[in-house]
Design a protein around this ligand. Structure first.
Ligand code: KG4
Ligand code: ZN
Length: 344
């Protein structure tokens, strides 16, 4: 007998990307992401504009996802959506759309915790992509979050450490802003860093608890350093951009690696994964891979398209909940604040 085909449509709208994906038994058939360019003009995400753009994007994005998956809406088994955490106005668009679609098709609705989605992206069926074994550690690094999570099972997650101020993505973006680079600056710092000397300038690392992070001091240190240098040479940034970016990136990546090493030591777990938008960073990918022969870790790095906010990760989390018959009821509401261990 052939395996039953479970098709799930997932919707992600927690921040500034509108995304829809279709998954079939763990394999992604489509994963459409509409980025909102409008925020670049403001140097960061403007919540009111984000929610308006989600309203404009959601219908065409869902239509494209279904078209690309080459299925009919009637074949869907369930609708999954991001319940939180995120911007309330943005979450509401995805939540109400998912609710009405599930109701009109008469199929179950499945709520997904966005932070769990980032972690569970590792369980998407992809060729040549091994899945981590439980328990594993996941360093989730994005524009909104920085945390080390112990993952004991699909929906059993515990935060071992997290940032006490800025997220690491913010550290990249705010540093980039000081260097007059456009938002989001993380990918640009990565790009220029590849041509620079990571040891050209030294920035002190913060002193916080073993597995916690702090990035606000680093941003201030960079600001003062640049202001001081520009007093002597107004062209300091343009003349030394590659070296500055490489040094900033080196400091940030070394903070992340130090904390991961502490977590491995503390827990004895050597299965180490990364997730979230900042895991697209080439230096963190390289240094994590090096951890395999340096420290005997087994490392897991998701495919690029599943690192930044996308509905594919919501789809796999939704599919895993579907297998447990873990559905939401119609009264469910969006939650701007939701911790990684909260499943319902
Ligand atoms: O996960 P994500 O798409 O959205 C949030 O949930 O926040 O992460 C976006 C963040 C931004 O701060 C962006 O600058 C950063 O990820 N980012 C990078 C790179 N690509 C994206 N940071 C450093 N290097 C990169 N290559
Ligand atoms: Zn995210």
């Amino acid at each position: 007998m052939s395996e039953q085909q479970i098709y799930i449509l997932a919707i992600e709208s927690s921040c500034d990307d509108t995304s829809a994906a279709v998954i079939c038994n763990g394999k992604i058939l489509s994963n459409i992401v509409a980025n909102q360019k409008i925020h670049a003009e403001y140097g960061g995400v403007v919540p009111e504009l984000a929610s308006r753009a989600h309203q404009q994007n959601i219908v065409p994005v869902v239509q494209q996802a279904i078209l690309k998956a080459n299925i009919d809406k009637k074949q869907l088994s369930a609708i999954a959506f991001t319940r939180g955490p995120g911007l309330m106005g943005s979450l509401l668009v995805g939540t109400s759309f998912a609710k009405s679609l599930a109701l009109s098709l008469g199929i179950p609705l499945i709520d997904v915790n966005h932070m769990q989605g980032h972690v569970l992206a590792h369980f998407i069926d992809e060729e040549n992509t091994p899945k981590p074994a439980f328990p594993f550690l996941c360093l989730t690094i994005s524009g909104g979050h920085t945390q080390i999570v112990k993952v004991s099972n699909y929906f059993e997650m515990e935060v071992l450490g997290e940032t006490i101020d800025d997220a690491v993505g913010e550290a990249f973006d705010k540093s980039a802003k000081i260097l007059n680079l456009p938002y989001p600056g993380g990918p640009l710092i990565d790009k220029y860093a590849q041509l620079g000397n990571p040891k050209a300038y030294k920035f002190t690392k913060p002193k916080v608890n073993k597995m916690d992070f702090s990035f606000s001091g680093l941003k201030t240190a960079i600001l003062y350093f640049i202001q001081k240098q520009e007093k002597e040479n107004p062209n300091f940034v343009t003349e030394n951009l590659n070296d500055i970016c490489a040094s900033i990136q080196d400091t940030i990546v070394s903070i992340l690696l130090d904390k991961l090493k502490n977590a491995v030591k503390e827990t004895g777990i050597k299965e180490v994964a990364i997730a979230g938008g900042v895991s697209a960073n080439s230096e963190i990918r390289k240094q994590l891979k090096e951890g395999e022969f340096k420290y005997g870790w087994k490392t897991y790095i998701p495919k690029f398209e599943y690192t930044t906010d996308n509905a594919g990760m919501i789809a796999i989390a939704g599919y895993l909940k579907y297998l447990q018959n873990n559905y939401a009821d119609a009264s469910i509401s969006a939650q701007a604040r939701l911790k990684v261990h909260q499943t319902n």
